[in-house]
Design a protein around this ligand. Sequence first.
Ligand code: HEC
Length: 123
Amino acid sequence: MKRALQFTALVAALALLTFAVVVAAAARGGQGHGKTPTPINPAVTYARNCATCHGKDGRAATFKSKHHEHARDLTDARWQTDVTDERIFNSISNGKGKMPAFKRKLTTEQIESLVSYVRGLKR
Ligand code: HEC
């Protein structure tokens, strides 16, 4: 009987330990160092990397944008018509003017998904 109790306690302790390790790993994975892990979610990528300058809605009406960087209004229909997907991709990858380059921070797939996302911001 005593043996059985000891065994149960051992199993319970092991289960608890496994649980703690899994939780710790999940917490670490969520932080994301450098490249953001898949799955690709352009809305999240945009909110994290672009919204400070271009605004949540792409209109670049944020304080930072108006007063410091003069980021482009991504919703502007005339600009959207004139610009190619390739140029949007290149500008995000390599930066432009005061806009930083993102090719080291984001994967090619993430940048491609942002091109479509930017297209969706058109007024
Ligand atoms: C530090 C502020 C800043 C951040 C962060 C930023 N941008 Fe920009 N962005 C700018 C500025 C400033 C311009 C205007 C550059 C110019 O034409 O000189 C610009 C221009 C652009 C353009 C137009 C490029 C062209 O070729 O006409 C696109 C598209 C764009 N940004 C998308 C993004 C996306 C997507 C992100 C996030 C991955 C982002 N930007 C992050 C400041 C920023």
